[in-house]
Design a protein around this ligand. Structure first.
Ligand SMILES: C[S@@+](CC[C@H](N)C(=O)[O-])C[C@H]1O[C@@H](n2cnc3c(N)ncnc32)[C@H](O)[C@@H]1O
Length: 265
């Protein structure tokens, strides 16, 4: 992870928790000592930044969003006439979310006659996570959420204890370093998954991010949030809820005349 992460955007309780745990790990009695330690040990900054990059993730995490993505969203996406789909997994950690999306799409496309051009982009600020995502290799424990039929179809067993995503699925994927709090993003997305990232951010940063996603979604594109993340009231009028349990929302209005939605609240 690069230094220069905008820490002001994160919830103070979240930052405090991680400061305390770093201080304890170093062996400090009082957290007030931490800034002095940081001054004398510049390498500690990276340790702290790594500690706030939470890697908890899994294939088909929470099941409802993926069930509803498969049954409600994919059929809508496949009505597209141009045969092109762009999906962004923002804050993808080690890639399980992005590959879960790819697996469901591939399953759906098996029944399709039309040729589809698919791009699934996974981004994160943590380079180590992205390396693992690009490698697409997971332990037996990490593939627990994948049923045996899907495991057989989309993974190859490496040594009996780890499983690698098959190449035809990897060919759809692109993993790229990107700080969600900094650059504008990747326009023209049909779907954006951003799950379990908002929970770490303060309200202002959440608002900026949701408007950034509005601007990156194509007309009537879908936004998928995490289980404990609701659509913000300030942006609710721009979306139609598709699945409340799956936290799936469809962008309601087209951006007219290139209008960009700003956080005006
Ligand atoms: C808990 S994981 C969520 C992974 C996956 N979306 C899921 O729900 O299973 C949160 C991820 O967000 C990433 N993240 C946090 N802040 C970020 C930022 N400003 N820009 C990009 N990624 C960020 C972390 O590095 C971490 O990989």
């Amino acid at each position: 992870m690069e230094k220069g992460v905008d820490l002001k955007a994160y919830r103070s309780s979240f930052l405090m928790r991680h400061l305390e745990s770093r201080a304890k790990w170093i062996g400090m009695k009082q957290i007030e000592q931490y800034p002095f330690y940081l001054k004398n040990h510049p390498e500690e900054l990276q340790n702290f930044l790594d500690s706030i990059s939470i890697k908890v993730t899994s294939f088909f995490r929470d099941s409802a969003p993926f069930r509803d993505f498969e049954t409600l969203v994919i059929p809508e996406l496949l009505k597209k006439k141009d045969g092109k789909l762009k999906i962004w997994s923002a804050g993808c950690a080690t890639g399980e979310e992005a590959y879960s999306i790819a697996i469901l799409l591939r399953k759906a496309l098996e029944k399709e006659k039309k040729r589809w051009d698919i791009e699934i982009l996974g981004t994160d600020m943590n380079e180590k996570f992205l390396e693992k995502a690009a490698g697409g290799k997971y332990s037996l424990k990490e593939v627990e959420g994948v049923n045996s039929a899907l495991l057989e179809k989309f993974f190859k067993s490496v040594d009996g204890r780890s499983f690698e995503i098959k190449i035809f699925l990897k060919n759809w994927m692109k993993f790229q370093k990107h700080d969600l709090l900094k650059s504008d993003g990747f326009p023209g997305q049909d779907v954006i998954f951003c799950r379990n990232v908002f929970i770490y951010l303060n309200r202002e940063a959440q608002k900026n991010l949701v408007f950034k996603f509005v601007n990156n979604l194509s007309d009537f594109g879908f936004l998928v949030l995490g289980r404990s993340e609701l659509m913000l009231a300030e942006a609710a009028s721009l979306f139609t809820p598709v699945s409340l349990s799956g936290r799936i929302y469809q962008k309601r209005r087209a951006i007219k005349g290139g209008k960009k939605w700003e956080n005006e609240c």
